[in-house]
Design a protein. Structure first.
Length: 142
């Protein structure tokens, strides 16, 4: 399973070892606990410095799930989601948004753009892992 993180300091793409599809993610320094968690769970984390780079990487290698924050340099999580949904090869990609912006207006906007799972910070690691596992099994055309 591939996972692609991006935002502020820590970003990356992760693959579940032995698989050839993936997951994408955007994160801020405050939420940088997820890369070690995913590594422990058998994911390989690759790094993108921001949302723009993450989008470029996903064009080359489509992940199973994208995880993003709202706040990121050059392209925020909302714009990244909008861009992903506009690209034919990425539009069915499951998206998890993890953010400290938990107001209803942010949840609603994320939902309207096509975010599948919206998690507020702090979040439970088991909840994140459960969402990744469930979404990674979903066909990209769903």
């Amino acid at each position: 399973l591939r996972l692609m993180p991006m935002n502020c300091v820590v970003r990356g793409v992760c693959w579940k070892q032995g698989c050839c599809s993936g997951c994408a993610r955007a994160t801020s320094p405050a939420s940088s606990r997820w890369p070690p968690l995913l590594t422990r769970e058998g994911y390989i984390v690759l790094v993108a410095k921001d949302g723009v780079e993450a989008l470029e990487k996903m064009r080359d290698q489509v992940p199973d799930v994208m995880i993003t924050d709202v706040e990121m340099p050059r392209m925020d999580g909302f714009d990244l989601t909008r861009s992903v949904r506009a690209e034919e090869s990425l539009k069915g990609l499951p998206i998890i948004m993890i953010t400290s912006r938990t107001a209803e207006k942010h949840r609603q906007h994320a939902s309207e753009l096509g975010v599948d799972v919206f998690l507020g910070k702090p979040y439970e690691e088991s909840e994140l892992l459960g969402h990744i596992a469930a979404l990674a099994r979903r066909p990209l055309s769903a």
